[in-house]
Design a protein around this ligand. Sequence first.
Ligand code: SF4
Length: 597
Amino acid sequence: MVNYCMYKKTSPQGKLFGIETQLSSSLRSRLESSWAHLFRLEILPILLKNEDRYALLYGTTGRPNFSVARLVGLCLLQEWNNLSDQEALDAFSFDIRWRYALDVGEEEDYLSRRSLVEFRRRLTAKDPEMKLIRGVFDNVRDSAIKKLGLSSANQRLDSTLVVSNIRIRGRLTLFSNTLDLFLKSLNEEQLSRVPEAIRDWHAAEPEGWFGLGLAEQRVKVQELAQYVYELMLLFEKDEKLSALEPYQLLKRLFSEQCEPSSDEQSSKVQVKKKTEGATLQSPYDPDASYGHKGGGYSLHISETCSNAKAEMITDFEVHGAARSDKGKALSVVERLDAAGLKPGILFADGGYPSVPSAFKVAEQGVEFMAPVNRVRLGDDVVGRDLFQFDSKGLATRCPMGHAPIDHRIMSGNNTARRSLHAIFNGKTCRSCAMLDRCPVRAPNHRDKGCQARDTVGNFRLEITPELRLRDEMYAVQQTTEWKDRYKIRAGIEATHSELKRAHGIGRLRVRRWAKVCFAVACKVTACNIKRWVRAYAALKRLLQGCISSVCVRLNVFLVEIVSASFLKKFIFATAATQRGAAIDPFRKGACFSGITS
Ligand code: SF4
């Protein structure tokens, strides 16, 4: 990429006649009590200080760039207000608060849409991992926490779905869009090699399936899958074309959704009944995938909790929606630790803890408060915590006080994985009053519908350390005390709601991971700035309240002194004079309303 733009640092020199000097005193006072004042006072210096890190986006020759600090500031304000590019540029040009917040001088009052788009394009090309904008988030978060004196000892974690600018409408649209994208990328010569049937379909009906019934749609998908296969074979030897993204998407779609016919002689393909993993959802955003919350991306957010003044978002992570939340808490704790914000207690929902990951989080010295799942076991079934074990991890007594007759390595429930089991006497278990509430497993060899008490053979219980820890955690989590402490986790749902309602994080205007990550980073940073502004305003109000209360008391005191009778004044002054000559005449004069000795 040729750089026709040269990096130039923003001049640190302040404007002699800034925009605020053109306002009346009352308007200036309103401006200084708005969000724009804190932005200019706290955020702009952070952006200016870290501006040099963006030099890698530019060349060393050509015309100088527009101030990077102001461009990043503009992006933050744009995502704060969830504006389109044009709306943000209009606000930049015409809104005095924006101009004051970004300290824009007359020479920089115009920014073209192209410059803004080009800045983001350079950023995604040169910094695809979005480390630069992550640095802005980190710096703002650290400053806010430090200046507001917030504690990061208690934090909560949760995830939500973020949808990029794509439509997810089933397999037929997916096949149709991917084929359409590929055919549009061909030049005339390549297009002439495409079979006539595919060209006719492309010319007539890439979207012409609307209103088809389910059976007709299935036939259509089969037809398009065949087209995909034919095109793959036709161009697979064209090295240049097959290296391009449209061909790669075609190939990915085929591998995820189709399989060659079982008949080796046949060139027919079969559409898979079910797909698995992070499959392509739209050719316009190959990074988006489908998870249990829907199609798009998963956003993990952690924030402080239990502070009175404000809560700050401390960490975020974006990835395809197909990836599970399980085990994510560990990477969040590691990042927070690196930032010096490791929590003492981390609250999360039941989607996060797998027993091994809960183990590892606990090893980091963090109390991980998240409900564990016992899959299909009923609430009345007792856990392994009621069994007794020796130091080697072998069972010694069941809840009814019976010792196991043996220990064996056997395959677990519904898995080929082999693990340690305690074997209990079948006769004892079948006659036990607690059998319905005991986690022991009846013998496998029995007819369908046969009850545990009607079986023949011994009972067994899997006793791995993970299952024992899970049952211990589950038992603790049933207590009222644990539930009361855990209530604070629910507060993070309000943060998701705030991000979606006020900042539009649920439906973004961009596609692909890097741009989605940039937009999300700007929105969560903007959310932190907004919270900082609110806390700052509340502190200011509190301070003003204290000062005015002191002033009122002082005023009342002075009025009382002035309105006191001459005799009282005389006695008061005489007493004061007698109390000490140490009081200097100036102070006496000031305090006693002109009465001097
Ligand atoms: S069912 Fe068997 S293992 Fe369970 S408590 Fe009764 S005797 Fe003990």
